[in-house]
Design a binder for this molecule. Structure first.
Ligand SMILES: *Cc1c(COP(=O)(O)O)cnc(C)c1O
Length: 392
């Protein structure tokens, strides 16, 4: 039975590694570093890639293959490769595709470690990056140089929850024959499929909503077959592979992605609406709030608004500190996309290494809070934040 015509939820549940002689209903874990061969000819053929089979788990493993197959189906991608972390996916994707002297055009606001790659490590190989403000996608064209190879962005962004027009980015990339790479971590394949808007590659930190339960790290890049081939060859030689155990966890997690993300988004919208009317809150940003500057774009390209709400409490650093120290139930943690609601203070943690002017350009202010809304009852989440806001 072909799954191609099935809906998202069905593909997430039913995409599975071929059954073995034991006919397990749930896919078993293949905790093995290598695979055996019948004879020298079979081994030769495997190394020559004449046969599509597992050889060594740095290259492929039935569990990682199942996880990658699912993400490909859910994103509408041709092929993919799974990594130990989201950052391994980001780094390996760039490293496989760029040559010394190439140029990147990136959104100003990207994940902290991605920003470090652009500013600290890529310049070692003479790879420079130019940035466009997240609200000015039309500036991208003016930054393109003869040596530009990649346009890179996240949407929604971390931590400012800005939304970038993926269709417009896709048009610009196509017109200038550049690769468009989108980090789709905040949206998950359930809320947004960048390939539909012209992305060549899509990256996920599977650590976030894809696992969704704060257990394992993982990453994945999916997209055009010939690009994935380069990424695969780079990775098979350099070793950032996802472990079979984590792949097994992540593939199981995908079976519940749609129901989890539906509830995450429902809770997040309710929390955003509550915060918007609270006197101790200066502003709230959530893609599906009408007050969001890119509300129309968000509605066009996302199914729901995601689980991240950004807001600013009154009284700057002091207000932020009082708020954080008054939280009782929610977790103070750096992770996001967990079943548990997490509040983070980007200015003093994840983005503390940015200069003040850089913080402001990516929308981080002293009193800004990033809330990753979880799956507790929404009344309990609101009650915890409400009592903490009252202390300010
Ligand atoms: C967390 C995150 C990453 C990095 O993923 P890890 O699994 O922590 O390495 C990359 N991009 C975004 C947008 C993230 O939120």
């Amino acid at each position: 039975m072909s799954l191609e015509s099935h809906n998202f939820e069905t593909q997430a549940v039913r995409t599975q590694t071929e059954k073995t002689q034991f006919l397990e209903h749930s896919t078993p874990m293949y905790l093995t570093s290598g695979f055996v061969f019948e004879d020298s000819e079979e081994m030769r053929a495997a190394f020559a890639e004449e046969k599509d089979r597992n050889l060594y788990s740095r290259f492929s493993n039935p569990n990682t293959t199942e996880f990658v197959d699912k993400i490909c189906k859910l994103e509408g991608a041709e092929d993919g490769y799974a990594f130990a972390t989201g950052m391994a996916a980001v780094f390996s994707t760039f490293a496989a595709l760029l040559d010394a002297g190439d140029h990147i055009v990136s959104a100003r606001s990207v994940f902290g470690s991605t920003h470090s790659l652009f500013t600290k490590y890529f310049p070692k190989w003479n790879i420079e990056t130019s940035y466009f403000p997240v609200n000015e996608v039309d500036k991208v064209e003016s930054l393109i140089q003869p040596n530009t190879k990649i346009i890179y962005a996240e949407s929604p962004t971390n931590p400012g929850v800005d939304v970038l027009d993926l269709e417009l980015l896709g048009e610009i990339a196509k017109k200038h024959e550049l690769l468009l790479i989108i980090d789709n971590c905040f949206a998950t394949p359930y809320l947004q499929n960048p390939i539909k808007f012209g992305a060549d590659l899509v990256i996920h930190s599977a650590t976030k909503l894809i696992d969704g339960q704060g257990r394992v790290l993982g990453g994945v890049t999916v997209g055009k077959k010939e690009l994935i081939r380069e990424i695969y060859l780079f990775s098979r030689n350099t070793g950032p592979a996802l472990s079979p155990f984590n792949a097994w966890v992540l593939s199981k997690s995908l079976e519940t992605l749609a129901v989890r993300v539906d509830r995450h988004c429902e809770n997040a919208l309710k929390l955003a609406e509550f915060l918007e009317s609270h006197p101790k809150v200066n502003w709230v940003k959530y893609p599906f709030l009408k007050s969001h500057p890119q509300y129309e774009v968000a509605k066009k390209q996302m199914k729901l608004g995601g689980n991240i709400v950004a807001f600013e409490v009154k009284n700057g650093v002091d207000g932020g500190k009082t708020f954080f120290d008054s939280i009782k139930m929610c977790s103070l943690s750096a992770n996001l996309g967990d079943t548990r609601t997490i509040v983070t203070h980007p200015a003093s943690t994840t983005h503390s290494k940015l200069a003040i002017e850089d913080k402001l350009t990516v929308g981080i202010t002293d009193g800004m809070v990033r809330c990753s809304v979880g799956l507790e009852h929404i009344d309990d989440i609101i009650a915890d934040l409400e009592q903490a806001l009252e202390k300010i």
